[in-house]
Write a protein that binds this ligand. Structure first.
Ligand SMILES: [Zn+2]
Length: 134
């Protein structure tokens, strides 16, 4: 598999902004339309911790976050209550990487990933369509 900007399990980031910068580069240079899902903010996390030593500084913003392709998910939602255009790009693309803030290291680490896009084109045209629709 082609290595994309050193995205490997165990790669660390000194802050969440580095991850956002990486997402922007993946969008602009590789035409990967990415978004953050299933994230847990530090604020939410701090409410769940039982010992004060586990409280994290809110400057870290996220305790963990999953970055997926905008084409992630199923095209048709099973639930009927959702807006029909919400998932218009979804075609079950499996691309993702997950970052977790590790308090002991004061860093974010990639804990899992799958770096292949499936079921949709990767091109500047495609990402333009996405931006327009958004
Ligand atoms: Zn994709």
């Amino acid at each position: 598999m082609v290595q994309i900007l050193d995205l490997v399990i165990g790669k660390t980031f000194s802050n969440f902004e580095e991850i956002e910068t990486l997402m922007t580069r993946l969008k602009n240079e590789f035409f990967y339309p990415l978004k953050i899902v299933n994230s847990e903010t530090i604020q939410t996390y701090n409410k769940t911790v039982k010992s004060a030593s586990k409280i994290c500084d809110e400057k870290w913003r996220y305790k963990n976050a999953k970055i997926v392709c905008c084409h992630h998910g199923k095209h048709r939602d099973r639930g009927s209550g959702k807006r029909p255009n919400q998932n218009v790009f979804a075609c079950e693309c499996p691309f993702f990487f997950r970052v977790v803030y590790q308090q002991s290291l004061e860093k974010f680490t990639i804990t899992s990933l799958f770096l292949e896009h499936k079921n949709h084109p990767i091109s500047s045209e495609d990402i333009k369509t996405y931006r327009k629709a958004k």
